[in-house]
Design a protein around this ligand. Sequence first.
Ligand code: SF4
Ligand code: F3S
Ligand code: FES
Length: 248
Amino acid sequence: MGYQGHFRVWRGSAEGGGLEDFTVEVNEGEVVLDVIHRLQATQAPDLAVRWNCKAGKCGSCSAEINGRPRLLCMTRMSVFAEGETVTVTPMRTFPVIRDLVTDVSYNYRKAREVPAFRPPAGVAPGEYRMQQVDVQRSQEFRKCIECFLCNDTCHVIRDHEENKEAFAGPRFLMRVAELEMHPLDSADRVGQAQSEHGLGLCNITKCCTEVCPEHIKITDNALIPMKERVADRRYDPVVWLGNKLFRR
Ligand code: SF4
Ligand code: F3S
Ligand code: FES
């Protein structure tokens, strides 16, 4: 049975804006994106929202629902009580373009800062050989849909614009970890993670892991292992001596 739901949606642009109240029909089995689409169709044709697959796979419809980073297309209306007001706002960490659409170019900039896979010298494409057991650990990270909800929620950049230069965010530190765990990658990912991608700024609050719609264990399986590798390097006396003698 359908009902009339109460919604509070942020409307505005980079210049400013605010929350607007709407009453919209909600039907059984719907997700928040369905209601946003009905709102566009019936009351607010110029409401801006980014989406594509409506299947939780393109990572486009990221926003905040009742203050929590969520995919609009994967949040069922059945998790809210019928009389509850559902508040939908744009991701807070990224600048607003219009309404629910944010400028996520920070993430693309950070993506470009991660050097590409570097195969060992003398091995040409087609000659790569790996055992399944060697790729298993990093395979989990390939599930990432680049929704950037983890970067949106991480307090290091959520409330600190000034950290954005120094911090790659969980999504791209995870990408660095993926390359570090790649059996054929020959670049120095551990040193880069710490000195260039801001790994030290992460204090393992695990909020990124909590919001990941792909349920990737970002903190436990990517960030902590990278921190352990940094610590091993720092405190292993042989490595310490090697760094002193052969510092690049
Ligand atoms: Fe989204 Fe998870 Fe990828 Fe972060 S790691 S961008 S939360 S899918
Ligand atoms: Fe941020 Fe995740 Fe670390 S939320 S502080 S990157 S554990
Ligand atoms: Fe693709 Fe929501 S529309 S993830």
